[in-house]
Write a protein that binds this ligand. Sequence first.
Ligand code: KIV
Length: 272
Amino acid sequence: MSTYTEDKRKVTTRRLIEMKQRGEKIAMLTAYDYSMAKLIDGAGIDVILVGDSASNVMAGNVTTLPITLDQMIYHGKSVVRAVGRALVVVDMPFGTYQGNSKEALASAIRIMKETHADCIKLEGGAEVRESIERILCAGIPVMGHLGLTPQSINKFGSYTVRAKEEAEAAKLIEDAKLLQEIGCFAIVLEKIPATLATKVSQMLDIPVIGIGAGGGCDGQVLVMHDMLGINKGFSPRFLRRYADVGTIINDAVAKYVDDVKTGDFPNESEQY
Ligand code: KIV
């Protein structure tokens, strides 16, 4: 067991900032249900993101747009019940914070009251400033998310690397500074050039968690089903597969089907 997993203290937003200050990398993964959240919390993950990627991974939608606030709250509650140590972040789903900052606050309050999560995450920079400020005023910690923001897929038109052009990179830097200035405790940078992500990480005092943004970030996040090989249809260059759980499940189920069909299961010691 590593020294990291021996530290059983609850991870807080403050502790993440301290980790950045002492150069300790932050490990974050998604989870959407009790059983998986319990496993990854026990394995020493620092931050669990109840991501709106649940829309893809759990519900089979093509984008993150269809998932509702009620559904995110359901996933959030399931995860929080399992977690003792990790900081739990719940994504605000598409349409619950972009239009009106009072609605944004009401959505964030529902997430915090009903899930008992530690904080929320939302996508965007200057365009959602008012919503972020209002949520922060209510004492709810906010994690930002810049670069490839999947809730804007219909504007981007594809999931390719963002901020390769100078103008978009400059806007991302301005947005990152703004998110820190107004009080976000951390930001996620998704699928941008590693040099840009490193620059932003060095520029900010708050932790920068990358996904497809290179090794210069203060931490990394992956979608758990992708890194465990459960969701095999998605294999971007930035993804490292740590296991082939999909094949393990497939083989186990095929063996079970075979055992039931042949009458091998249950045997005498497996019955009353
Ligand atoms: O919803 C999600 O899983 C995310 C990660 C990709 C950062 O936002």
